[in-house]
Design a protein around this ligand. Structure first.
Ligand code: FAD
Ligand code: UDP
Length: 387
């Protein structure tokens, strides 16, 4: 006898589990979530290193949002630890204040300055482009070639193996540029980590579904879908894989992570930006736009505030996507958009399949945007059922 569930959900990341929570609690229906990894949470995952330090194994996940609705929804499953995500950029043998702000300009000219002076400098350097259409133009139109080449061109080539002019303007446009001393990496109003980590947030999200939810880990959905009797499929994996690459493969970027831990004796000589000992690097994240094969090093202890004398860092190496690699980043560019549109057209015709999330809709979305998408997709899907 096949298993019987109302919904089969592929993927246990934010998309899959928010959908499961809404479906079980609002509609009272049963869900089977199938996840190929050995844990829930998707890429928004944290764990303890051998040195006992909480870190993010799939790259840093800095929660942020401007949406009170999304914050309120997630606050049912977690308390928050507010964080100032502080980043610097290392090039030409020194740490630079980053994202570009008045302090960066002062480092460049070697003396104190003012917003007025920086703005006058920018007015002279910026390339006058009214409507930037790509990631090169979005930066040079704000600050000119010198700062673009120092901080953006090399990093982007390394990360995407594409020139910034061949990437949508939203890619480099994510990074704020300010003429005051505000050096926060992100723009959003609310910036915080789940107080007890992502694992606890996801555990609470799953528990909230009660016995209407079953989760199957270590399983590709193709292994089980023939044996499950379900009414509706929610798919949060890669859309080109779902359709057996019918319109060709969508391009993705992958990553390799190198984790290293340190004992207090190895950290004694090293200090953070405020002179405090016990950290390996001065800020939570250091970007390496020009030197090394990695793009950034993240020392999550700066953000979690964990009371430990050890520390753990993660170096992030961009890699081509291929067999055995994770599709971490959809690539926002004209050529990939052309391929995706064909899959999107097919997806729109589906009556019994809902596509949700970063991979299923091929969007370079942050966690809050994905949660927002899942809440909206659920509302749309549930409409006929609740009238
Ligand atoms: P995912 O988290 O990718 O979950 C999809 C799940 O589906 C995965 O667990 C996968 O194993 C599973 N799956 C796929 N195919 C199958 C299959 N065939 N069978 C079974 N299971 C399958 N967002 C932020 O807001 N802030 C950040 O700082 C941030 N940093 C990031 C850094 C990196 C390196 C990356 C890659 C992403 C970052 N993000 C960040 C984005 C964030 O990870 C996503 O927005 C969010 O995790 C997307 O959730 P999702 O459920 O759509 O996808
Ligand atoms: N970027 C850059 N230099 C930097 C930081 C970012 O050129 O020091 C560009 C790069 O193309 C990168 C994009 O801006 O992929 C977005 O950066 P973000 O830090 O938001 O990337 P994510 O955390 O999503 O990997």
């Amino acid at each position: 006898m096949p298993w019987k569930f109302d919904y089969l959900i592929v993927g246990a990341g934010f998309s899959g589990l928010v959908m499961a929570e809404r479906i079980t609690n609002t509609l009272g229906k049963t869900c089977l979530v199938v996840e190929k990894r050995d844990h829930i949470g998707g890429n928004a995952h944290d764990e303890y290193s051998d040195a006992g330090v909480l870190y993010h194994p799939y790259g840093p996940h800095y929660f942020r949002t401007n949406s009170p609705k999304i914050k309120e929804y997630l606050s049912r499953f977690t308390e928050w630890h507010e964080v100032k995500y502080q980043v610097s950029s290392f090039t030409e043998g020194r740490y630079w204040s980053f994202p570009i702000n008045l302090k960066t300009f002062e480092q460049l000219i070697g003396r104190e300055s003012t917003t007025e002076e920086f703005e006058a400098w920018i007015a002279e350097k910026r390339v006058p482009i009214d409507e930037p259409v790509n990631s090169e133009e979005v930066i040079i139109s704000q600050v000119g070639q010198e700062l673009y080449k120092k901080f953006f061109e090399g990093y982007t080539l390394k990360q995407w193996r594409r020139h910034p002019r061949d990437l949508d303007k939203s890619v480099c446009g994510r990074i704020p540029i300010r003429t005051n001393r505000d050096d926060r990496y992100l723009r959003e109003e609310f910036q915080a980590l789940p107080k007890h980590g992502y694992r606890v947030l996801f555990r609470n999200l799953a528990r909230a579904c009660g016995n209407k939810l079953k989760i199957l880990l270590n399983t590709d959905y193709r292994e089980v879908c023939q044996n499950v009797d379900f009414e509706h499929l929610v798919f949060t994996g890669a859309i080109d894989e779902f359709y057996d690459y019918k319109f060709g493969r969508l391009p993705y970027r992958s990553l390799r992570f190198e984790v290293e831990s340190f004992e207090p004796t190895q950290l004694r000589e090293r200090v953070d930006i405020s002179g405090k000992q016990g950290f390996w690097q001065p800020t939570l994240q250091v970007n390496y736009p020009n030197e090394h094969d990695y793009t950034r090093i993240v020392e999550m202890k700066h953000a979690t505030g964990q009371a430990t004398d050890n520390s753990t860092i993660v170096r992030e190496f961009p890699e081509d996507f291929g067999p055995g690699k994770e599709p971490y980043y959809p690539i926002p560019a004209a050529d990939s958009a052309t391929i995706y549109r064909q899959y999107e057209e097919m997806a729109k015709q589906e009556k019994k399949v809902t596509f949700v999330g970063r991979l299923a809709t091929y969007r370079y979305y942050n966690m809050d945007q994905v949660v927002g998408m899942a809440l909206k997709r659920f509302e749309d899907m549930a409409k006929p059922a609740v009238v």
